[in-house]
Write a protein of this length. Structure first.
Length: 362
């Protein structure tokens, strides 16, 4: 609308998941050097407190000296005040994938109109500041509003029954194809890490969301001989305490578990207290590294994770685990992790008829 001067009531974009999305535009305001409009959040059947609220965007002409596109957070979008999150301290809490989506769409329109100047985008959420008080944002060090997050650009079914039935179906399909090992991940967080370090695309893994315990049960029921769990430390460290549903409303204890591991590995009392005051697991990893205990602590935590995974599996299938972090890469893997992943690779190769050797040789 800004570059063409023509009013639009709808717009279509392609999400990172490849799904087309065409929302109605609301609250359209056209000024001399800006256009502002909003879309209404549709959370589907996800029990999301942001369902139905307006997410606003304002695009202005800007000095291209700061770059062709700048993305800012306005009223109702939180600001990062503590390290260890997706964005740096002082930045608007608009995560990487939403930023990439915004930039991709703007660049396409700029190319279409042969516009070479600068644009400034401001995302705002009128109800964001009030809603943020009902989230974990204040505890995580995100102040003043909600976060703009996501990895696929679309809301996937998140009701318990819908998720578990989806997991059951996906496991049954893979087992029917002859896969002996189920590779499982809470989501696509760590996609690049798994590709670079293990040559494995997490898109092929079964997504278990927060339902790790139930997924182990379903994998055993489907007849798998092994299950390899791959995920970010922020979720998987909870397993070290026997927490099999990793949703924050069920349990947390991440800092307590990581502090206990540090104490067990000989950390000083001051180090343990610093860990207990952290708001993110990545922040704790930094403290582990400072103390020279990163390897020892994750060896300790993986021992506990293995204990509880095996306890849940109850001898019905072999379990393994790979844990990673954005800033630190691989934090730990069970001794059988590469063997389980190789078995998964071999079964995929047989199913697809691919002759190449894609086994893990990291």
């Amino acid at each position: 609308m800004l570059l063409s001067g023509r009013r639009k009531e709808t717009i279509e974009i392609e999400t990172p998941a490849g799904v087309k999305y065409a929302p109605a535009l609301e609250d359209i305001r056209i000024g001399e050097d800006y256009v502002r409009c909003a879309v209404r959040k549709d959370a589907g059947d996800d029990p999301d407190i942001t369902n139905g609220i307006l997410i606003c965007s304002e695009v202005r002409y800007a000095d291209s000296g700061k770059g062709p596109i700048t993305i800012e957070g306005g009223r109702g979008v939180g600001r990062v005040t503590r390290p260890g999150l997706n964005q740096s301290v002082g930045s608007a809490a608009i995560n990487s994938v939403p930023r990439q989506m915004i930039e991709k769409e703007l660049r396409e329109v700029m190319d279409l109109f042969d516009y070479c100047g600068g644009l400034r985008v401001e995302i705002s959420v009128p109800e964001g500041e009030a809603l943020a008080k009902k989230t974990f944002n204040p505890r995580l060090g995100i102040e003043g509003g909600i976060s703009i997050i996501g990895t696929t650009g679309i809301v996937e079914p998140m009701s318990t029954r819908a998720v578990l039935e989806t997991i059951r179906l996906e496991l049954q399909q893979k087992r029917a194809l002859g896969y002996p090992v189920a590779v499982v991940s809470p989501g696509n967080y760590g996609l690049v890490f798994m590709r670079e370090h293990y040559h494995y695309d997490l898109d092929r893994a079964v997504k278990c969301s927060n339902y790790i315990g139930e997924t182990i049960d379903l994998a055993a029921e489907a007849g798998f001989s092994g299950l390899l769990l791959c995920g970010h430390v922020g979720k998987l460290v909870k397993l070290a305490g026997g927490i099999m549903n990793t949703h924050s409303k069920e349990a947390d204890c991440r800092m307590e578990l990581m502090a206990a591991a540090a104490a067990r590995c000989g950390a000083s009392g001051d180090t343990v207290r610093r860990i207990l005051s952290c708001v993110s697991t990545e922040e704790v990893c930094g403290i582990y590294q400072e103390a020279g205990l990163l390897h020892a602590c994750f060896s300790c935590l993986l021992d506990k994770i293995c204990f509880y995974l095996d306890k849940r599996a109850a001898g019905h299938l072999e379990t393994g685990c790979i844990v990673y972090a954005n800033a630190y890469g691989l934090l730990g893997e069970t001794r059988n992790a590469k063997a389980l992943l190789n078995r998964a690779f071999l079964s995929e190769k047989r199913t697809s008829g691919q002759p190449e050797d894609r086994s893990v040789k990291r």
